[in-house]
Design a protein around this ligand. Structure first.
Ligand SMILES: [Zn+2]
Ligand SMILES: [Zn+2]
Length: 217
């Protein structure tokens, strides 16, 4: 049996930045990754600047000039040099902190079992409707759990096998407890549809989140 303790990650007002170069895929297919040519160089952290609406601003002002030597010159996978017309992108990711351990990370690196609020979904729905059709839970949050195989489970979203596709207000997965104190629990006990038994299935994992522990079945 495989088990992962569910850990809570809170957003900070800090962002980590990378200098990113890539070739758009309609122009070239990377021979090593099968995707597009891409390379990123981490340049550190800074305070987030928010837009009037509360979203994260792109901070073009923090982008160094194109002759800065820290810009990658070649694809990180195949080594093909970038062309002058390939984009120079300042790539930012919000920093999250695990309040139990003080550990900090960006969500792409968060370990299996990590839970966070997709606030960019829930923020604008503070006073709005809740339910799977809105991807917003009963506490007006939109909780996500990292699964094995680098998949994310949006607990408050609609299940692919939902039996009430015209009803936006029910919850395909019903959650109880909270991720902050390790009691997050997901089942079918509440206003729900007939899909499944409260488990989550992705290609590398099928299991339940019960009493703060993600467990395969
Ligand atoms: Zn490449
Ligand atoms: Zn449903």
């Amino acid at each position: 049996m495989i088990e992962y303790r569910c850990t809570w990650w809170a957003p900070t007002d800090r962002e980590r930045y990378w200098l990113r170069r890539y070739t758009s895929s309609d122009k070239h297919k990377c021979v090593a990754s099968g995707s597009y040519c891409n390379a990123m160089f981490e340049i550190g952290e800074d305070d987030i600047l928010y837009t009037k609406d509360g979203y994260i601003d792109g901070r073009e002002d923090r982008k160094p000039p194109v002759d800065d030597p820290r810009w990658p010159t070649a694809c990180g996978a195949c080594g093909r040099p970038f062309a002058a017309e390939d984009p120079f992108q300042l790539f930012g990711r919000q920093v999250y902190v695990c309040e139990a351990t003080g550990e900090r990370t960006t969500l792409d690196q968060a370990p299996v079992g990590s839970c966070w609020d997709a606030w960019w979904i829930s923020e604008r729905r503070k006073d709005g409707p809740t339910g799977c059709g809105y991807m917003v839970g009963p506490d007006h949050r939109s909780l996500v759990v990292r699964l094995p195989g680098n998949r994310d489970w949006q607990i408050d979203s609609r299940a692919s096998n939902c039996t009430m596709p015209d009803d936006n207000e029910h919850f395909c997965w019903v959650r109880h407890g909270s991720p902050e104190d390790g009691t997050l629990h997901v089942d079918k006990n509440g206003h729900t549809c007939a899909a499944g038994a409260g488990s989550i299935a992705v290609p590398d994992f099928h299991g339940f989140l019960h009493h703060g522990v993600l467990r395969d079945c």
